[in-house]
Design a protein around this ligand. Structure first.
Ligand code: SDX
Length: 424
């Protein structure tokens, strides 16, 4: 299978076919318009490959997710988040000394420039943490020089990984009117974040191991997911040779949408609504099936997974373990499980291959960790940062990269003469 033939207006055209390392097949349409004057039309790009990538492999039919070839189930059970940051960004698992040095550099760069506190202080306490995160990440370009020099880029990668947890924790402290807690060099990445979130000058915070492990798992499961909406945004913005901070800031904005990373907040709000409505989950499953309701079962469905989302399977198990370890009974978890059970037996969901996705159970664990609902998507962004960085680096190094500029099919008015205002 080396070519694909297309017949248009009776004329036959031939296009090369590319095959990936997992035998995925792509028709190379880079010459389509030049040869046929026609374009491929694919709103939402569901059938369009934007690049070749060696970072993450997903098989939506089989529920497979691998980072650089390693199965997510094995990574979730055995790896640390910083180890996976290194793997995604640099392509191989670090050996012990490499990982220690990588973590040391990240820890060293968790501190924010003191002037950034003035920006935090300008926000109202009600500001959404995602709006603050996007703005503060973009603001890093005002404090740190960017260039294509590999050393500068590597330093800015470390700065981003280090500072995102401090920006997130500071936005939380701002929202609750508590003093900012500075990062500490004696804590791990996940411990540092939790300490900055929950420590108080009046009462130091001891990070519970169960929360540290749960956060490590959550960040790993969100670390990359091939060409999703926010990652494609990072690549799109980066393709114009915009800087790393600007590209990542754009990805944060894309992630904030309720159909994408904002879904984890929407899931909890949906479960709380069902709980307030007497736990009548069947009513909401029926609403989700009724198009006129404009209601969707948030946390259900996925563009790629037409079977289970392996991340949801892992998170469902982790939710049980974390709540049991904390001695917490969260009625929202029972509602979530009942929703899943009903939906997976309902022909509407079965026919459309709608299964719980990564967002369906993650919020239950964030809640048990004391993370406020409006911070859930910020947690998603912290996890996804290494994936965005890895994809941005790969795009910049790819000889096939051109500024992203899709075409369109114009459906507007054909030519007509302009009528000056005094004649209208
Ligand atoms: C993430 O791409 C990624 O990899 C994303 C992500 C990542 O790690 O980066 O995995 C993270 O974004 C997960 C998805 C989080 N979003 C939600 O949970 C929001 C609820 N889900 C949907 O809105 C929807 O399922 C999407 C957005 C996830 C996928 O949308 P698609 O692929 O465009 O599917 P669609 O909207 O065309 O739906 C197909 C059909 C439609 O019905 P019909 O018109 O065929 O009759 O399924 C229905 C939809 O109405 N449908 C749902 C539904 N999701 C789809 N019906 C009820 N509830 C839902 N949740």
């Amino acid at each position: 299978m080396s070519t694909a033939k297309l017949i248009l207006d009776g004329q036959e055209y031939e296009f090369p076919v590319i095959v990936g390392s997992e035998n995925e097949v792509g028709i190379d349409f880079t010459t389509l318009r030049a040869k046929t004057k026609a374009i491929a039309y694919d709103p939402g790009y569901g059938n369009t490959g934007s690049c070749r990538s060696a970072i993450t492999y997903i098989d939506g039919e089989a529920g497979i997710l691998r980072y650089r070839g390693y199965p997510i189930e094995q990574i979730a059970a055995l790896a640390s988040f910083t180890e996976i940051c290194y793997l995604l960004i640099y392509g191989e698992l670090p050996h012990h000394d490499q990982l220690r040095e990588f973590e040391r550099k990240i820890t060293y760069h968790t501190l924010l420039h003191e002037d950034m506190k003035k920006i935090f202080d300008a926000y109202p306490a009600t500001a959404h943490p995602m709006a603050i995160l996007a703005a503060m990440v973009m603001s890093l370009a005002s404090f740190y020089e960017e260039s294509d020099d590999p050393e500068t880029t590597d330093l800015n990668i470390i700065r981003l990984l280090g500072k995102i947890i401090t920006i997130a924790a500071f936005s939380y402290k701002r929202s609750v009117g508590q003093p900012y807690v500075y990062p500490r060099n004696d804590l791990t990445y996940t411990q540092n974040f939790l300490n900055m979130m929950y420590s108080l000058p009046t009462e130091p915070y001891k990070v519970p191991d169960v929360l540290d492990r749960a956060l490590n798992l959550l960040l790993i499961l969100h670390a990359d997911h091939e060409q999703n909406c926010s990652t494609s945004t990072v690549r799109m913005v980066g393709s114009s040779q915009a800087g790393l901070f600007a590209s990542i800031g754009a990805g944060i904005c894309a992630l904030s949408g309720p159909l994408h990373g904002g879904a984890n907040q929407e899931v909890i709000e949906m479960l709380e609504m069902i709980q307030a409505d007497g736990g009548n989950y069947r009513k909401y499953v029926d609403m989700a099936k009724d198009k006129s309701s404009n209601f969707r079962l948030m946390g259900f469905g996925h563009r790629v997974y037409r079977n289970f989302d392996p991340r949801a399977t892992i998170l469902k198990k982790s939710a049980d373990e974390v709540l049991e370890a904390l001695g917490v009974h969260d009625p929202l978890l029972d509602i979530a499980k009942n929703l899943e059970e009903i939906a997976l037996k309902d022909s509407y969901f079965i026919e459309r291959k709608l299964y719980p996705n990564v967002d369906f159970y993650s919020g239950i664990i964030y809640r048990a960790m004391g993370i406020p609902t409006n911070m859930f998507t910020v947690m998603f962004a912290i996890g996804r940062l290494p994936g965005w960085i890895a994809q941005w680096r790969e795009m910049r190094a790819d000889s096939e990269t051109r500024i992203n500029r899709p075409r369109q099919i114009y459906t507007g008015a054909t030519e007509r003469p302009f009528v000056p205002i005094f004649q209208r």
